[in-house]
Unconditional design. Sequence first.
Length: 244
Amino acid sequence: MEKKYNYKLTISYIGTRYSGWQRQKNAIGIQQIIEELLEKLFKEKITLIASGRTDAGVHALNQVANFKTSFHKSPNTIYSYLNAKLPRDICIKKVEEVDISFHARFSAKGKTYLYRIYTKPDPFLYGRGWYFDKKLDIVRMLEAIEVLKKYRDLSALAKDGDYKRKEIDLREIKIFYDGKILDIEITASHFLRNLVRRIIGHLVAIGRGSLTVEEFEEILKSKNPSKGKFLAPPEGLYLKEVYY
């Protein structure tokens, strides 16, 4: 039986120019760019398995992916080759040779996403956060977070039809605000599609006064995705960490 080698990549990227992580027929995904470089290096077909997809315009501080190959190369060789060839808005932070059983998606025990909102104009945050110039009631948003923590079935905040593994262990939600940048970090066992952007969309709606905390709880109780009305834009979302 032919020996196989398994490599784990930790990847950082600005998602602005890409159609998301996944390889697509009529657009460029980050997966495709890295796979094509790996195929040149290993001279065989390579399939990258990510911890999860990120949508168009979404960024990653520490995306994790793995691939299996018939050929052995040192992690340093792979690291140096990829970083020399990749566009400057994608970088490989770390390469590790791992056990053949490691799977970037199925071995993951949890993830943290960061969502960034900036409330004062700043061209250097354009495309890297959601510019929201209306006053936000942070106290109300914190009240809504406490309500959110009571629920494990968050299917009302998922993209319609995404009901797989709908029971979510929502482990921690943190808010940091310095008067200009509002960062919201959400850690959970896993995430339904669009879940973070919908959570943020509803928190902001509550913060600006167009949705009450009580109405938000009714939406959660409904378990109906058609009741969840608010979706934050992709440019504020970052995959911050994947836990194994």
